[in-house]
Design a protein around this ligand. Structure first.
Ligand code: ATP
Length: 234
């Protein structure tokens, strides 16, 4: 992408996407619409520092997760995929991705899409202060948790750098000028961990992930448990 071609308003949606599902896609669509973004770039992580698979859990190979995200977004002209974290390899640190995008999009800052649950944990990410200075953040509600005011979502040590406005729906970084905005999205209680559990036990994931992704996931058999020998429901 050349600098001149950089769109004015770009969302970045980082995640493991293990696998990508309909709630990810609807959330990105809602944020794009609410904030008037020209596009949302999905950025699958390589080895995420915060997502060590629990015993019995599977982290699908990065190349597969990237391929599934491509399948999921290909029908939406506003959606794109960037595999820079997978190409970079090693641990995926969002702060490094944001520095690259900040440079590419200058003088615009990207909008990073993040679930409320993930924002509550951002203090444990690499360079959390820098993260909040490099990009705007769109904090997405995520069921079953109720939407909380931003002052309760941004960890206290980081919240001190912000002024809170609009009944806790907006936070403005006092020195960097970046914004954290709460965006209400269509509540869909779909999670990748639940999908993996269904796939492990041979249950259906139809209508929870796009058909093309479901076909590719089943074809890979990456999450399949012992039921795989007996055939997987389509
Ligand atoms: P897992 O269930 O494996 O923990 P996850 O979907 O939480 O998966 P990611 O794929 O890394 O993990 O999620 C990417 C981003 O999407 C995160 O910011 C997460 O909070 C957000 N997200 C995931 N599911 C939903 C959902 N149902 N509604 C809103 N946001 C979501």
């Amino acid at each position: 992408m050349t600098r001149a071609a950089a769109p004015a308003r770009t969302g970045l949606f980082g995640g493991t996407f293990n696998p990508i599902h309909l709630a990810h896609l609807r959330a990105a669509e809602d944020v794009a619409e609410a904030l008037g973004l020209d596009r949302v770039v999905f950025v699958p992580s390589a080895t995420p520092p915060h997502k060590k698979p629990a015993p019995g859990e599977t982290m699908a190979p990065a190349a597969l997760r990237v391929a599934w995200v491509h399948l999921a977004v290909c029908g939406n002209p506003r959606f794109a995929v960037d595999d820079l974290e997978v190409v970079r390899g090693g641990l995926s640190y969002t702060v490094e991705t944001l520095r690259i995008y900040r440079e590419r999009l200058a003088p615009e800052a990207p909008v990073f899409l993040i679930g409320q649950d993930a924002m509550q944990e951002i203090g444990s990410w690499k360079e959390p202060e820098a993260l909040l200075e490099l990009a705007h953040f769109a904090v997405m509600t995520r069921p079953p948790l109720p939407p909380l005011p931003l002052a309760e979502v941004i960890p206290p040590a980081l919240a001190a750098a912000f002024d809170f406005e609009a009944n806790g729906q907006l936070a403005r970084h006092r020195t960097a000028g970046t914004l954290v905005r709460r965006v209400r999205i269509t509540p869909l209680d779909v999670s990748a961990s639940d999908l993996r559990a269904r796939l492990r036990s041979g249950r259906s994931v139809r209508y929870l992930i796009p058909d093309a992704v479901r076909d590719a996931v089943l074809e890979s058999a990456v999450y399949a448990g012992s039921h795989a020998q007996r055939g997987v429901p389509k």
